[in-house]
Write a protein that binds this ligand. Structure first.
Ligand code: GLN
Length: 214
């Protein structure tokens, strides 16, 4: 048996309420996100239907193919339910997820949830460099971060309420707007959990700031 971690011990003593992170599991690399958040100490739930959003503390919108995800979201009023959820609850969107949450999508234009005040261009890096592993500085503590880009979108514009936490060639690749954290790369594909830890901290702060009804 392994020793419980500090957090697990505190959780079982009822000091820290457990965090439940949903991972949108319509298509894409949702399994890797679920594993990364489990490693970072959260409970995870795969979300395939709008009603499965109920009761979550936060949601991951993973990478994959945004057009395919949109096709699934067109059913059962999922697009509208997800839009309302993203507006009210901490969310972490990566790559295709970034495209889904943007206010404006170009190259080509497509429907999006409009939660992030940004313009995003799909597949914006040329063929040769469309996928890359780079180690870049960020605003996170602990030095540069390894980032995996796969046919990544480019955040071409951000509004003044958007905080830029890392850039690639002068374009934002990790941004935060209130309770929404967005990356154009894939933090779930490396062993460094600093981006997941930041999101969990955002989720905890949001949870602690809400009035309790129990
Ligand atoms: N190119 C994909 C899209 O446009 C995003 C790629 C990814 O999520 N890795 O949806």
């Amino acid at each position: 048996m392994t020793e419980p971690t500090n957090r697990e011990a505190q959780q079982s003593a009822g000091e820290i309420p457990p965090i439940t992170i949903g991972v949108l599991a319509l298509q894409g690399d949702y399994e890797a996100h679920a594993r990364a958040f489990q490693n970072a100490g959260a409970r995870t739930v795969l979300v395939r239907k709008p009603e499965e959003l109920a009761g979550l503390d936060g949601l991951v919108l993973p990478g994959g193919e945004s057009t395919t995800m949109l096709k699934f979201l067109e059913k059962q009023g999922f697009f509208e339910t997800l839009g309302a959820f993203v507006a009210a609850t901490p969310c972490f969107a990566t790559c295709a997820g970034c495209i889904l949450v943007a206010r404006e999508v170009l190259h080509p234009q497509q429907r999006s949830l409009g939660a992030l005040d940004a313009t995003v261009e799909r597949n914006a890096y040329g063929r040769q460099i469309d996928s890359a592993i780079l180690t870049l500085p960020t605003e996170l503590p602990g030095g540069p971060l390894e980032m995996v880009f796969i046919r990544a979108p480019r955040i071409a514009r951000v509004g003044s309420g958007v905080e830029v936490l890392a850039q690639r060639d002068g374009f934002p690749v990790l941004v935060r707007q209130g309770d929404l954290l967005v990356a154009t790369f894939h933090p779930e594909m490396t062993s460094d959990t600093r981006v997941q830890q930041l999101f969990l901290e955002m989720v905890r702060n949001h949870k602690n700031s809400k009035p309790r009804h129990d």
